[in-house]
Design a protein around this ligand. Sequence first.
Ligand code: APR
Length: 307
Amino acid sequence: MKKKVTVVGAGFVGSTCARRIVEADLANVVLIDIVEGLSQGKALDLMESAPVLGFGSKITGTNNYSDTANSDVVVITAGLARKPGMSRDDLLKANADIVGQIVKRIVEFSPSAILVVVTNPLDVMSYLAYKLSGFDSRKVIGMAGILDSARYRYFISQALSVLPSKVEALVLGGHGDLMVPLASYSTVEGKPVSELLSEEKIEEINERTKRGGAEIVSLLKNGSAYYAPSASAAKMVESILLDEDEILPCSAYLNGEYGIDDVYCGVPVRLSSQGLREIVEVKLTEQEKERLYASSQAIKENIKKVL
Ligand code: APR
């Protein structure tokens, strides 16, 4: 039987994520939004592309949580997006209210679902979803590391004039200004980036990666990134539904791993049909450890503001 994925929020990130899931024939999708007609209109438009594109998955739009019942995976994208000059943390309180309401309804109708949290600030929202759902922490995972690493990989590929897919790279920590790009785990066809680019260039790319979201916000002027975020969330859904064993950086609940406790923070993980299979502990330098710790503590401060 086809799997069922609910995407909450039919805005830019949610509808693009839903589109990627049905076009890849990963699952049937229920798209739900608070605005009447929005998810229904987008779902119908997407279904009308099925004859042209040839996918067999179904997408339906709704405003009613009973239609989301028994979902295998729920992607939460509902909330406010950043406007120019706004930090992700400015969104904190408004989005905490929205995510809180949504989690309660999801738990009511899909008590066995795996939650993928995208709404920003997503490390905080993941913690909130974990606490309010009462789910095992392995069933609540935040999307950020794949996106931040993808930006990092793209910038490295540009600097070296190679295909983006040839670059492997890892960005850990919170999805914010304190994220930790790891040049030591960045390679191009197996070669460490440190052997291919100068320290200054790597530092410049690190900084651009940290500001990656803000760069898009300042260009769009009226909204935030959604193509790369939706691709990253869809990648998590794929990894969960297909039980892939790939290592992906995601926001996960840490319980002593990396010397960090009781917070959601970006680390390499393996996903499976049960949710988070394992947290992978890679070797870090002292400086990288300190930065990861600092990033996790900044998330903790924000958690205190909403819980
Ligand atoms: N229930 C369901 N949907 C809601 C609710 C709610 N309580 N509150 C808001 N929404 C919907 C809005 O109606 C809107 O359609 O969430 C959608 C958000 O879409 P956009 O404004 O287009 O925002 P988007 O760019 O998709 O970003 C959504 O993802 O990357 C993050 O920072 C980003 O937190 C933001 C989220």
